[in-house]
Design a protein around this ligand. Structure first.
Ligand SMILES: *Cc1c(COP(=O)(O)O)cnc(C)c1O
Length: 399
């Protein structure tokens, strides 16, 4: 199915995707594009990847029936795919391990990564420590200040965290710095991107490393329920956990796919990160996709209570899936996200990440009004321990 979705050209999803990069980056992308299919067809590589995912990261992840939440909502059954139970607390480790293994196979000894909130940086530093590669993480000075704990965690894992002081001193500038380092050191260095974004072949590579989420859930579900889920929901920042979840179900026409992006404080300019709901096509970080930009192509400021969804673009495959209407994208506000988070804590004893809480909120809406024999499957992309300070500030009645 994914082959037909990409049928337009390699690395294209309809008109979206591609590789809008300076000449200097092309050889590195070509090397990667050549190596990926070779590695993915090598049973020894796949066995090694599977070994790390099971013995180190904690795969397969369980699926939990949220019985009390289901009862509260009063509709379809809500089931959670528990990526929050993975090592380092989110789905990002699936991609980090896969890419670091790929880098080692390509003879690289050094990894560079970009990070915003620090979750991808921590996952990459962890994979590098376990596999014995040097790790340099670029992070905006502003983000380093806001996410000091993750900076410390990366350093504990042996990574070097380099402060980026250009531009807005956040994720966009850190990404540019990581790419510059990669291009200058491509002989021994691989760039581990953190979501299904960036120039070809990254969106395909990250999707194929994350599709284990949906593959597991689909097989597990068929065994338990003897049917497919009616609705599958995931949150969308760059879109890696969502595309990892959706890919297994894209060919199942009866399964409704729902992506939840961040409406922040509302769908007005500058107060959200809802690039699929109110964005327009343009190029950012090497790919053509929906962006939050002004009439001159200047990227607009974004906001979300959840740092991991606070990105002005989205992976190009999601842009295509929106236009083709195979996936429906909803925007969930900060308030609805926090409400869903509280409900999952108090009814299920599970503290979800703020990102994942957007998916829980969308799932509650989807489940309401459906029959009790229908099934809504949610990707619980990560746990909320990292967000506890933000939550405490936003839910003061419990403090
Ligand atoms: C980073 C992150 C996200 C957003 O990234 P995607 O690439 O859209 O999946 C979602 N959930 C958690 C827990 C994260 O850490």
């Amino acid at each position: 199915m994914s082959a037909t979705l990409e049928a337009t050209a390699p690395g294209r999803f309809g008109e979206y995707g591609g590789a809008y990069v300076p000449e200097t980056v092309v050889p590195a992308l070509n090397e990667l594009e050549h190596e990926i299919p070779v590695a993915m067809a090598d049973p020894l590589f796949l066995e090694e990847l599977r070994g790390w995912l099971t013995d180190s990261a904690g795969r397969p992840t369980p699926m939990t029936y949220a019985g009390r939440l289901t009862q509260r909502v009063g509709g379809a059954q809500i089931w959670l795919k528990r990526e929050d139970l993975l090592h380092t607390g989110a789905h990002k480790i699936n991609n980090a391990i896969g890419q670091v293994l790929l880098a080692r196979r390509m003879g690289k000894t050094r990894i560079v990564a970009e990070t915003g909130a620090g979750q991808h940086g921590v996952a990459t530093a962890t994979a590098c420590a376990a596999l014995g590669l040097r790790c340099v993480v670029y992070m905006g000075a502003e983000d380093m200040r806001r996410q000091a704990l993750n900076v410390y965690k990366m350093r504990l894992m042996g990574a070097e965290v380099r402060e980026v002081t250009t531009g807005s001193q956040t994720l966009t500038d850190a990404t540019a710095a990581a790419i510059r380092d990669w291009v200058a050191n491509v002989r021994d260095t691989h760039f581990v991107i953190g979501s299904a974004i960036g120039p070809h072949p990254y969106p395909v590579l990250v999707r194929d490393l994350q599709r284990v989420i949906g593959d597991e859930a689909r097989a597990d579900g068929l065994e338990r329920w003897k049917q497919l889920p009616d609705v599958v929901v995931a949150c969308v920042g760059g879109g890696s956990n969502a595309i990892g979840m959706f890919t297994a179900f894209i060919g199942d026409a009866d399964v409704r796919l729902v992506g939840a992006e961040a409406a922040g404080e509302g769908l007005v300019c500058g107060r959200n990160a809802a690039s699929l709901s109110i964005g327009t096509p343009g190029t950012l970080h090497g790919t053509l996709t929906y962006l939050l930009q002004d009439g001159h192509g200047q990227i607009l400021p974004t906001h979300s209570v959840s740092a991991g969804l606070d990105y002005p673009g989205v992976g190009p495959e999601h842009a295509f899936l929106k236009d083709s209407r195979r996936v429906e994208y909803l925007a969930i506000s900060d308030g609805d996200c926090l409400d869903a988070l509280k409900q999952l804590c108090q009814l299920e004893g599970i503290l979800p990440a703020l990102e994942s809480s957007h998916a829980v909120a969308a799932a509650m809406t989807q489940a309401a009004g459906r029959r009790p024999d229908e099934i809504v499957l949610v990707c619980l992309s990560g746990r909320g321990d990292k967000d506890i300070d933000t939550i405490r500030a936003r839910v003061p009645e419990l403090g």
